[in-house]
Design a protein around this ligand. Structure first.
Ligand code: SF4
Length: 359
């Protein structure tokens, strides 16, 4: 049986060099091709101007370009962009591009990547969780989201560059850890996108064995744990994962993670009106996180279609944050972006929006 071709965008520099030397080429050709694919984000062989046709013809027999097909790109009133992609096998995923206008003139970009088609975790407030889980993405499909966004944005902004990567799109990243880690190695490489290692954030709904596995990697990335409730009673209602890994086990694994990596953990807390936004929950949260090197991101919940969870009034959000801070817990309200185009936390459904025609 004929072997499947490698996805050229999913190869590390070492793998690229190995592939080239196995074809009788010098290893520096591997480096040149890696730069075309990963740094310049080209989408076909013809754009690689310093690579001879003979080399390209050989390479094409073993590797292929499979850029994601852009189905729709929606732009929020705040500038956030949501991309709906079609993968090689016809499945759909979404990625979100957020911008932050920094100090003087420089705009910084953060991309939120998907790691699975659908998600098996079924978190109650999440549109992705309502989709059937189909499959994990490959490292090339994950890194490819950065490359495709870069490719499209460079048509209008020559020096476009993504500065931060968060694995918070569709899917539970720690269920696809090997591919996620490989995509980080590729995107972090100085010959490629060269995104600083501290600028990667992996989010999890709280998979205890995988948090320990990630800790052993001792990476300088940020780990974000979706907490969303400070007691098992409440958390069981919105996060099915809590039945398997209750809060005591999760927090124990988080302590071990902090000890092993020396890094803080960010806890995400979606604030839901009348559910987890009272003073009782503040005190439970303070008790739970006492002594942990942690930051809490408060995210006023985003409403999705048919969602029963309601967003609290801003005054209630401020009151909750202040009560946490008064008790020595570092908390910030996460800036909400892209909610008008269903690009915010918990809103990715991987489908065409109503009234938006396919491209
Ligand atoms: S919040 Fe994350 S882990 Fe939970 S269902 Fe949604 S995509 Fe999956």
């Amino acid at each position: 049986m004929k072997e499947a071709k490698a996805d050229i965008r999913g190869l590390t520099l070492e793998e690229m060099k190995e592939l080239l030397t196995s074809l009788g080429e010098k290893s520096f050709r591997g480096q040149q091709i890696f730069q075309w694919v990963q740094d310049k984000a080209v989408q076909n062989w013809t754009e690689m101007r310093n690579i001879g046709q003979e080399t390209k013809t050989k390479l094409e027999q073993y590797a292929e370009f499979t850029p994601h097909k852009l189905l729709t790109e929606r732009i929020s009133h705040d500038g956030t962009r949501k991309f709906l992609w079609e993968l090689k096998d016809g499945r759909n995923i979404e990625s979100v591009l957020l911008h932050h206008t920094g100090d003087i003139t420089k705009t910084r970009y953060t991309v939120c990547l998907s790691t699975q088609v659908g998600c098996p975790m079924g978190c109650g407030f999440c549109a992705t969780g309502k989709l059937k889980f189909t499959r994990n993405l490959t490292a090339g499909e994950i890194a490819g989201q950065v490359l495709d966004i870069t490719y499209h944005r460079r048509k209008v902004e020559n020096d476009f560059k993504i500065n931060n990567v968060v694995y918070m799109g569709m899917g539970e990243p720690l269920l696809n850890l090997a591919a996620v880690l490989k995509s980080i190695r590729i995107l972090n490489h100085e010959q490629g996108q060269n995104i600083g290692i501290r600028r990667f954030t992996i989010s999890t709904c709280g998979l205890v064995p995988q948090i320990r596995e990630l800790a052993r990697e001792k990476l300088d990335i940020v780990l974000a744990v979706s907490l969303h409730a400070p007691t098992n009673e409440l958390r069981n209602q919105i996060m099915p994962v809590n039945q398997k890994y209750p809060l005591e086990e999760l927090i124990k694994a988080c302590r071990e993670y902090i000890e092993l990596t020396g890094r803080r953990i960010t806890f995400e807390y979606a604030l839901v009106k009348g559910f987890n936004d009272g003073l009782k929950e503040v005190h439970a949260l303070v008790k739970l996180l006492r002594g942990l090197e942690a930051n809490v991101n408060i995210i006023p919940v985003n409403t999705t279609d048919n969602n029963v969870y309601q967003r609290p009034a801003l005054t209630e959000v401020y009151r909750f944050v202040k009560a946490l801070e008064d008790n020595g817990i570092k908390a910030v309200i996460r800036e909400e972006k892209g909610s008008d185009i269903q690009a915010a936390c918990g809103q990715l459904a991987g489908t065409y929006p109503v009234n938006v025609a396919p491209r």
